[in-house]
Design a protein around this ligand. Structure first.
Ligand code: SF4
Ligand code: SF4
Length: 374
């Protein structure tokens, strides 16, 4: 059977527009009642990457979260709102407040759950690889994932499959980065985690997305859509197409397809709603280090001394908060008197520092030749 992908126009984040677009998205997949039953516990998992205001387009918009919670409550089920935000060691309360999830919880009565404090279950993939997954997520009867569509300097794009990486509490995320330093290996880690936490439905916030050097230092990009599916892999393929990536360019999607976790081609999906012709026009500014992925693998190693991209710090933006230092999986970043500094010897280019810096102070530093090619 073909995977259904719903595309619904949603002009803005006013609650009435969002409510009607959310309802239509679920209706196109057969109605929420198909997935959520009375008295079930429904874990709603937005992308709360950092403690930033929704206008920055870094996190899932609170209006979407609220509209989904309202739909879940209409089914007679209990909504639970949870995530494991980056840099959470600075306090989860700040994240809930700045992303406006506290307001959503106040308006709907949904419980807020920080995955850091809820404990973990050990789960193994079919190949025996161990992962530690947040208990509140696995204890739920139903999982609804609410990704934010953004570019990403490590994985090129973050959407439905990548959103489930947030099922791993706190610092373990850095360990998984360290243990899988190559982008292809890290994609397989993401897919392993996704396979252990598969959401029943994914509903993507693609009203205002992020383009450029996301997932936190890019710029907001208006798209005006909600995308939904029970097949997160199909959803990612559609999202990648809309953004302007080539088929097969997103490692996470390829790794998920290798594992048989979703549609392998557009012929295996049925697109419902907005005209599918909209998918053909590239509209996003893609990450500035994307060109590295386009260099044939056999040339990468010999070219590395000449063509490189690595993180650097903009003195003027840095507040010396040391979030990058605390979250670097290889201790490449050291505390400095005014700003941190890098000893690149062990850098694995995971871009966690770029992703988690709250001040857009970490930038992608390029060699002379890399600048010419980019
Ligand atoms: S680069 Fe960013 S994360 Fe690192 S210390 Fe400066 S402001 Fe904080
Ligand atoms: S310096 Fe940045 S890119 Fe390099 S390993 Fe540390 S967090 Fe990753």
């Amino acid at each position: 059977m073909k995977s259904k992908v719903s595309i619904v126009r949603c002009d803005d984040y006013t609650l009435d527009n969002i409510r009607s677009a959310v309802h239509k998205s679920f209706a196109q997949l057969g109605g929420l009642e198909k997935f959520v039953k009375k008295d079930q516990r429904v874990l709603i998992k937005p992308n709360l990457l950092s403690a930033k205001d929704p206008s920055r387009a870094i996190t899932t918009h609170p209006a979407l979260v609220q509209a989904v919670i309202e739909e879940v409550k209409r089914m007679g089920a209990t909504p639970i709102l949870g995530d494991s935000p980056g840099g959470v060691e600075r306090g989860i309360k700040r994240v809930w407040e700045n992303t406006k999830m506290s307001e959503v919880a106040g308006a709907t009565g949904a419980k807020l759950v920080a995955f850091e404090s809820g404990g973990v279950y050990e789960r193994k993939t079919e190949k025996g690889k161990k992962y530690f997954i947040a208990k509140p997520l696995l204890d739920a009867d139903v999982i609804i994932s609410l990704p934010k569509l953004k570019t990403h300097t490590l994985t090129l794009m973050t959407c439905a499959v990548k959103n489930m990486f947030g099922s791993i509490p706190g610092f373990r995320k850095s360990e998984y980065h360290r243990d899988a330093p190559k982008p292809g290996d890290f994609a397989r880690v993401i897919v392993d985690i996704f396979s252990l936490t598969k959401p029943n439905i994914s509903l993507v916030d693609a009203v205002v997305c992020m383009e450029g050097d996301g997932p936190s230092s890019g710029n907001p990009k208006y798209l005006g859509l909600l995308l939904a599916s029970t097949d997160a892999v199909a959803l990612d393929m559609v999202a990648a197409k809309i953004m302007g990536f080539k088929d097969g360019e997103i490692d996470i999607t390829s790794a998920a397809q290798e594992k048989g976790l979703g549609a392998r081609s557009f012929s295996e999906m049925e697109i419902l709603g907005e005209n599918s012709a909209d998918l053909s026009a590239p509209k996003f500014i893609l990450p500035s280090n994307r060109f590295l992925k386009l260099i044939p693998k056999f040339l990468l190693a010999p070219l590395r001394p000449l063509v490189w991209v690595r993180p650097g710090i903009l003195d003027g933006n840095c507040t010396n908060c040391n979030i990058c230092v605390d979250n670097c999986p290889t201790n490449t970043i050291r505390k400095g008197e005014k700003i941190p500094y890098f000893d690149y010897t062990d850098c694995i280019n995971c871009m966690c520092c770029h992703e988690l810096c709250p001040q857009k102070a970490v930038f992608l530093k390029k060699s002379w030749l890399a600048k010419k090619i980019a």
